[in-house]
Design a binder for this molecule. Structure first.
Ligand SMILES: C[S@@+](CC[C@H](N)C(=O)[O-])C[C@H]1O[C@@H](n2cnc3c(N)ncnc32)[C@H](O)[C@@H]1O
Length: 165
């Protein structure tokens, strides 16, 4: 079965009012599962507590850094998502409307709500093949779970998925 994963950052409630509690984990899980993801990854650099979580249909992994998660999943295609206003000038992002999603195992990677993805650092390590942006009104950034929902819906719409995958 194709693995479709979404990487989110796990932050404290001080940094991000809705994060770091069980409702946030449910929000992430319940956003991505109906849209075809079967792997939920949390990046938890500050080793914050994470509620216990069990779902036979959704793999769940926690890493202390994004680099660690990417190394563990190096056989997958990475799709980095970033808002138009946070794309460094020397990098080019494809608008989601024009993006061709990889058909195989894929990780959609979303940055922390309190900041954004370390794109320049990732580019220096040659880790960025797909950099995708969702064009928004006045280049506003969206909440991370909203971005995940839009990207996964777009994948299903373009790749023509069945009701069970
Ligand atoms: C809430 S945003 C970070 C916002 C940042 N603090 C700011 O003020 O612009 C969290 C993550 O969601 C993703 N994201 C938000 N808006 C996006 C967009 N329009 N297109 C693609 N990804 C987006 C990016 O991965 C971003 O790092």
């Amino acid at each position: 079965m194709t693995e479709v994963g979404v990487v989110f950052y796990w932050e404290s409630e001080e940094e991000n009012r809705y994060s770091g509690n069980k409702w946030n984990l449910l929000l992430l899980h319940d956003t991505i599962k109906p849209l075809g993801a079967n792997l939920l990854i949390l990046i938890n650099p500050k080793q914050l507590p994470v509620p216990s979580f069990l779902d036979d249909e959704m793999k769940f992994e926690i890493y202390s850094s994004l680099e660690e998660a990417l190394a563990r999943h190096k056989e997958k295609e990475f799709v980095f998502l970033e808002s138009p206003r946070n794309i460094p000038k020397d990098l080019e992002a494809v608008p989601l409307t024009q993006f061709k999603h990889p058909r195989g195992d894929t990780l959609y990677i979303i940055g922390p709500d309190s900041s954004n993805l370390p794109l320049s650092k990732l580019a220096k390590k040659n880790l960025i093949k797909h950099l995708v942006t969702i064009r928004t009104v006045k280049n506003y950034s969206c909440w991370s779970f909203v971005v995940a929902g839009i990207a996964l819906f777009d994948r299903r719409a373009k790749l023509g998925c069945s009701n069970n995958s």
